[in-house]
Design a protein around this ligand. Structure first.
Ligand SMILES: [Fe+2]
Ligand SMILES: [Fe+2]
Length: 188
């Protein structure tokens, strides 16, 4: 596992635009805060925050190629919108390059949509990614506050808002998001 987080920061910086690198650092910081609040392992939560978007600036072709070469199973939706694959690919890279454990890799893999029955680390990363300090969208302050009161409610709220936006913009809705939301509502 990674011993020197500063070295890892340099590697992530090389892969990303400045804007996305700053987002990654801010997600790392937010993971630290949420991990402390909810008693999640702080060091590992920071690492997943730093690395979660490391594949996001690959081109569609590079993503599909990477998935093929590394036997990553892809859905029909992912084939059509390869950007969705960035979590799966980052998870695979984190395992291979940095020897992240399974819990960390799973958090990275599902950071965009969440999944049913998420672990605490998955929830921490999911929420940190949506409320990091570089985020400026309407309602973010409210969501930030909610995140420190009830992590599950923050996830539901974020998915609700995202669904509304995607409907208004006629964008694809990922079924994993629906499953995440239903699971949390049913198991409240
Ligand atoms: Fe992402
Ligand atoms: Fe992100």
């Amino acid at each position: 596992m990674v011993e020197d987080i500063e070295l890892l920061k340099e590697e992530i910086k090389e892969r990303l635009s400045e804007k996305r690198f700053l987002h990654s650092l801010a997600v790392m910081n937010m993971c630290e805060k949420l991990a402390k609040k909810y008693n999640c392992d702080v060091k590992r939560a920071k690492l997943v925050g730093l690395v979660h978007d490391m594949a996001k600036e690959m081109t569609d072709e590079e993503m599909l190629e990477y998935a093929k070469k590394n036997n990553i199973v892809i859905t029909e939706t992912e084939r059509n919108i390869p950007q969705i694959l960035h979590g799966k690919i980052a998870s695979n890279l984190a395992k291979k390059k940095y020897d992240f454990d399974d819990e960390m890799c799973d958090a990275i893999k599902y950071h965009t949509t969440g999944k049913e029955n998420m672990t605490l680390m998955q929830k921490v990363l999911f929420v940190a990614d949506k409320i990091d300090e570089t985020r400026k969208y309407e309602g973010v302050e409210e969501l930030r506050k909610l995140a420190f009161e009830n992590l599950d409610e923050a996830i539901i709220k974020n998915i609700d808002e995202t669904l509304k936006i995607n409907i208004d913009k006629e964008k694809v809705i990922l079924e994993e998001s629906i499953k995440t939301r239903n699971y949390l509502l049913i198991n409240k």
